[in-house]
Design a protein around this ligand. Structure first.
Ligand code: FAD
Ligand code: NAD
Length: 455
């Protein structure tokens, strides 16, 4: 195949968007996928996990829940299919692509000449070395969807988004679940108060939560197994789920020979325009150090593909990293961290959000971070449907809106987004209570009274 503008390696969230962006720009583009287009998000990540969480919340049994998972994947699959890509002008090739030293692609021994390449090979689940557990003895997000039945006792290793979401879902489906997390708290990247609420919610669903303690080894105990932690905790289990992060997929694809540099964690290093250290090669998605989410993978891949095809150097400026962990309550956050002491913050507790009270689910809060000028720089929302309010907060951060801008926009009552409105109004009122505005208001009032006095 001669004269390609771009070869995209990998057909997950990043590769799909990158290839379609290039095709829309009239580029001649091919996408190489080793397994199936759709990638982690569709088959082993976002879609099945959200379907399982919804089914568990709705009280379905294991079999009905898994049927819902399959149905959700099947409904979305056609949008990410090779046929859909071909219809969008992307030539789809099946196989395992390898970089040649000059930064072009080789597929099944054949060179695939192109002006540029977009690496979007994603990342595989990391499985911690647990002494005593045979290889393949741990479930991961790649294998958990083919479980034939509900695990009786599930040990979840890792307290990040995967661990928290799946632990709660499996507990609600009826499994006895224990989470073992080496970090001092669940969801260690989020606001500490969010971590505490998620822990309480998991415990209320029957999950045993162990934090600040690493899983070290496993040993057979009769019919089942025992997990041993660094601090001596013992966790009986029939199934173990490793939810301990990701390993970028760069092994055996010729990155070193092509001079594509990796960082200490094995992730592809990119500059602000998403170009790697080989000027012909660009990268986006979980294979890089920049993404942990489908939306970030897609946005970055679109920028990388456009830069590669058009020869531009548009920067992947910070998009505030909006993110939602879909536990009950949901934890949604964007922009500057709201960790106490790191920013000026204003908090609205959801006990004052009437919709949450009316739904008998007032657990949570909305906390916004502000800069000196009163601009909203970030925030955390914890509560039911928190993710649905995050769009408004992301827009505020992106558009550098001030608290007064949000406060001035009337929000319908009673909605969960009242929490964000309430936080913005609190911030506005606090600003008006400051000495200077108070003095100005007193002066204005005195002038008005003086003008109204009969002469
Ligand atoms: C359980 C779970 C739940 C998640 N939930 C969410 C969520 O709710 N929201 C969210 O935003 N994110 C979520 N994520 C994260 C999200 O799934 C990833 O960030 C996203 O899928 C990454 O996309 P990607 O294109 O970088 O990689 P991938 O989707 O992994 O795609 C990479 C593709 O490249 C192919 N490939 C690899 N090497 C080669 C090669 N040499 N040649 C050809 N093809 C190759 C692979 O087969 C694969 O199809 C979740 C993740 C997990 C594990
Ligand atoms: N809703 C979402 O957007 C969503 C959902 C799931 C996953 N994801 C993404 O997928 C990626 C993977 O998620 P994740 O939760 O697996 O990774 P993570 O890196 O967020 O969390 C893994 C946790 O495992 C712990 N850990 C590691 N080894 C351990 C051991 N031996 N014993 C106990 N704990 C151990 C670490 O301390 C860490 O906190 C993340 O980038 C995440 O953002 C996103």
């Amino acid at each position: 195949m001669a004269g390609l503008d771009l070869v995209v390696v990998g057909g997950g969230s990043a590769g799909l968007v990158g290839a379609q962006t290039a095709a829309r720009l009239d580029a001649r583009v091919a996408l190489v996928e080793a397994e199936r287009t759709g990638g982690e998000c569709l088959y082993t990540g976002c879609v099945p996990s959200k379907a399982l969480i919804g089914a568990a919340r709705d009280g379905l049994g294991f079999e009905a829940a898994m049927a819902r998972v399959k149905a959700a994947v099947a409904a979305i699959e056609p949008h990410d299919s090779p046929e859909a890509l071909e219809a969008a002008g992307v030539h789809v090739l099946h196989g395992r692509a390898v970089l040649d030293p000059d930064g072009t692609i080789r597929l099944d021994g054949q060179r695939l000449p192109s002006r540029s390449v977009l690496l979007a090979t994603g990342a595989s689940p990391a499985v911690p070395p647990l002494a005593g557990l045979e290889p393949g003895g741990a479930l991961t997000n790649e294998t958990v969807w083919s479980l034939p039945g509900l695990p009786e006792r599930l040990a979840v290793v890792g307290g990040g988004p995967v661990g928290c979401e799946l632990a709660q879902a499996f507990a609600r489906l009826g499994a006895q679940v224990t989470v073992v997390a080496s970090a001092p708290r669940l969801l260690p990247r989020e606001d500490p108060e969010a971590s505490a609420l998620v822990r309480a919610a998991l415990e209320a669903d029957g999950v045993r939560v162990i934090t600040g303690d690493a899983a070290m080894a496993a040993a057979r105990r009769g019919e089942g197994w025992m997990l041993l932690t660094g601090h001596g905790a013992r966790v009986p289990f029939t199934h173990l789920l490793a939810a301990t992060g990701k390993v970028p997929r760069t092994a055996g694809i010729g990155v070193a020979e092509a001079d594509v540099r990796l960082d200490g964690a094995g992730r592809v290093v990119t500059d602000a325009s998403l170009r790697t250290t080989n000027p012909r090669v660009w990268a986006a998605g979980d294979v890089t150090a920049r993404s942990r989410h489908t939306h970030t993978a897609g946005v970055h891949a679109a920028i990388a593909a456009a830069n590669a095809v058009l020869g531009t150097r548009r920067k992947a400026t910070s998009i505030g990293e909006p993110r939602v962990t879909f536990t009950s309550p949901e934890v949604a956050a964007v922009g500057r961290r709201t960790t106490p002491g790191t920013a000026r913050t204003v908090t609205a507790p959801h006990t004052r959000v009437d919709r949450a009270v009316a739904d008998a689910d007032p657990v949570g809060f909305t906390r916004i971070a502000l800069d000196r000028a009163g601009r909203i720089t970030g925030g955390t929302i914890v509560g039911p449907r928190a993710g649905e309010t995050l769009g408004e907060l992301s827009l505020a951060v992106h558009a550098r809106l001030k608290a007064q801008d949000l406060a001035a926009a009337v929000h319908a009552y009673p909605t969960h987004s009242d929490g964000l409105w309430s936080a913005a109004i609190r911030a506005r009122l606090a600003a008006l209570d400051a000495p200077a505005p108070q003095a100005a208001a007193r002066l204005l009032l005195a002038l008005r009274r003086a003008a109204a006095r009969p002469r």
